[in-house]
Structure formats: structure tokens, C-alpha cells
Design a protein around this ligand. Structure first.
Ligand code: R5P
Length: 302
């Protein structure tokens, strides 16, 4: 306890030694506030500079998606192997244990479903994000959608303003839509628009041609969604290619929770994202875990 008596005189001032200043490890966020940097440091591994986010927010537009019928049974056991979870507030409150101790990428908008038009979104209260102690506010941006482009960019702008006020980073999510082409020209434009409007991190899709242009043209980190379920080796190749071409991680759902070994797949993806594994090495990790319930990868720890 602080006291007035018996104090040792302060003398170790390090005179002549400049105070250490560290740069920030994530591109484009050097000038962000303390709260934003602190939360981004929870989401991204400071050693690799990358993240493996586990996405299970699909129900907010798709209902009980295959693999997400019982999140308590299928997803909760996976959470420990992820760096961050991406989900809705309904699932957080009803199913995800607050003791899981993982940073949360909170689906901060709600709107129309696959039954109607998609992308007609509204924002939640920022107080809700604070109450839930989230590390990212994720908001959909439907660039090129004639009906919803303006309103979703306004949603992004408002989210960034909230984030600046309270120190919570914004994840701009480039939208899905029937008429939106996932090529480098479109993805490059969409990610850049999100970044120009202040998003701290962008989630988008990988494309086979010219993805490097997408990552290089975006001044903040990009994480990729996995998309629909692929054979495991193809999904691992997707992750490898994305990282090699400048992605800062994955925000992956179906290719993990719809796999025949979700833990094996998550560990294999981690090997690629954090440890530089080749596709073959990662696939071996997946298969070994699937067949034996353990493996020798760096992430498994068993
Ligand atoms: C889509 O609306 C959701 O935001 C998902 O989080 C996202 O698409 C990633 O999941 P998946 O890897 O299954 O595409």
C-alpha cells in the first residue's frame, strides 16, 4: 500500500536511454487508438502477424446451417483451437460460454435472409458491443449491389465512427450476392472501399487470379472467408495460396465445421496460417488427427 514513510528514493530513471517505442505489427493500424490496437492484438498473433478466426455466424442469414444445428455440441469444442470467434449476439448469449476466453468478432448488423434479397442490413447499438466485450465489430458492405450499396456503406461508416469513439476495431465484410463477381477487380475495389471508409480489417474472398493485387491494394489486413465446403486438401490449398499472396489470416466456417474432422481441419489450417506448413504437411496433420485423435503439429499440443 502507498505510504508516506519508509519509502526508497526513486533513482532508476534510465537517463540517456530513450524510452522504447514499438511500431504496431499490423499494417495500416499504426495510427489507431490504444483500444483498437489492444483489441487487434488479441485477435492477431503478434509472432506470425496472422489469425485463424472461426466463423459460425451463418445462421443469421441461413438458419440452422449444416454443422451448426447444435453449436453447443459441434462448435464449442472447437473454440479452444481458434484465435477468435465470429458469431451473432444471439448465439453468444444462448450457447457460447463467456469463460471460453477468446476474442469475439461480433456480427454487428442484422438484416434480410437468403429467402429474400440479402444485404438489407441495420446496425445494433454500440453499447451492445461494449456489453459483450467484443474485439471486432463486423459489418457487411455490399459494394456493387444497386439496392444496398449506399445503406451498407453508411452502416460501415457509422460502425467505424462508433469504433473510433470506444476503441473497438471494425471488420468490413465484403458481401455475398448473386450478381457480385468474385474476381480481383471486384474484390480489389470492394476491399479498398472498406479500407478507405476506415475499416481496420477486411474480410473478403480469395480469387485464383490476381489476389496479390487485392491484398497489395488494400492498406489494412485482409482475412479470407472459406466459402462453401471443399475437399479438405483444396481448402488447405486455398488458405496456403491466400497467405502466400498477402492475406493476414482466415475467417473460416464451413470448411472447418462441415469437415469430417473439424478439429483436425482447424489444426491443419493453423499450421498453414501460423507455422508456414505446406499443403501436404497440413493435410498430413488433418489426416493424422482424424485417424488417431492426435498429431505432431505445433498447434496440437498433444
Ligand atoms: C457469411 O455471411 C459469414 O459472414 C461467414 O462468417 C463467412 O462467410 C465465413 O464463413 P465460410 O468460411 O463458411 O464462408
Amino acid at each position: 500500500m502507498a505510504d508516506n514513510e519508509g519509502n526508497i528514493a526513486a533513482k532508476d530513471y534510465g537517463i540517456g536511454v530513450p524510452q522504447k517505442q514499438e511500431g504496431f505489427f499490423l499494417k495500416g493500424n499504426e495510427n489507431a487508438s490504444y483500444g483498437i490496437k489492444s483489441r487487434l492484438s488479441q485477435v492477431f498473433n503478434q509472432k506470425s502477424g496472422h489469425t485463424v478466426m472461426l466463423a459460425f455466424d451463418h445462421g443469421f442469414i441461413m438458419g440452422p446451417t449444416s454443422g451448426l444445428e447444435r453449436i453447443d455440441l459441434t462448435i464449442n469444442p472447437l473454440i479452444q483451437y481458434s484465435d477468435c470467434i465470429m458469431c451473432t449476439r444471439g448465439i453468444l448469449r444462448s450457447v457460447v460460454p463467456p469463460t471460453c476466453n477468446k476474442p469475439i468478432s461480433y456480427r454487428f448488423d442484422s438484416g434480410t435472409t437468403i429467402l429474400t434479397s440479402l444485404n438489407d442490413e441495420t446496425l445494433h447499438d454500440v453499447e451492445e458491443a461494449i456489453r459483450l466485450n467484443v474485439s471486432l465489430m463486423a459489418v457487411m458492405v455490399a459494394i456493387g449491389d444497386p439496392d444496398h450499396e449506399g445503406s451498407t456503406i453508411r452502416n460501415l461508416t457509422k460502425t467505424v465512427d462508433y469504433g473510433m469513439r470506444y476503441g473497438i476495431p471494425t471488420l468490413g465484410v465484403t458481401a455475398v450476392g448473386k450478381n457480385l463477381t468474385r474476381d480481383a477487380r471486384y474484390l480489389g475495389l470492394a476491399t479498398r472501399v472498406c479500407a478507405e471508409n476506415g475499416a481496420n480489417v477486411i474480410k473478403t474472398y480469395y480469387c485464383d487470379e490476381g489476389f496479390e493485387k487485392v491484398t497489395n491494394g488494400c492498406p489494412v489486413p485482409i482475412v479470407i472467408a472459406g466459402g462453401k465446403k471443399l475437399p479438405e486438401k483444396d481448402a488447405l490449398a486455398l488458405a496456403r495460396n491466400a497467405i502466400d499472396q498477402g492475406a493476414a489470416g482466415v475467417d473460416m466456417g464451413r470448411n472447418i465445421f462441415q469437415s469430417d474432422s473439424p478439429v483436425g481441419m482447424l489444426l491443419a489450417v493453423r499450421e498453414i496460417v501460423h507455422n508456414g506448413a505446406t499443403v501436404d504437411q497440413a493435410f498430413d496433420c488433418y489426416e493424422t488427427y482424424k485417424n488417431t485423435g492426435t498429431c505432431n503439429c505445433c498447434c496440437c499440443g498433444k
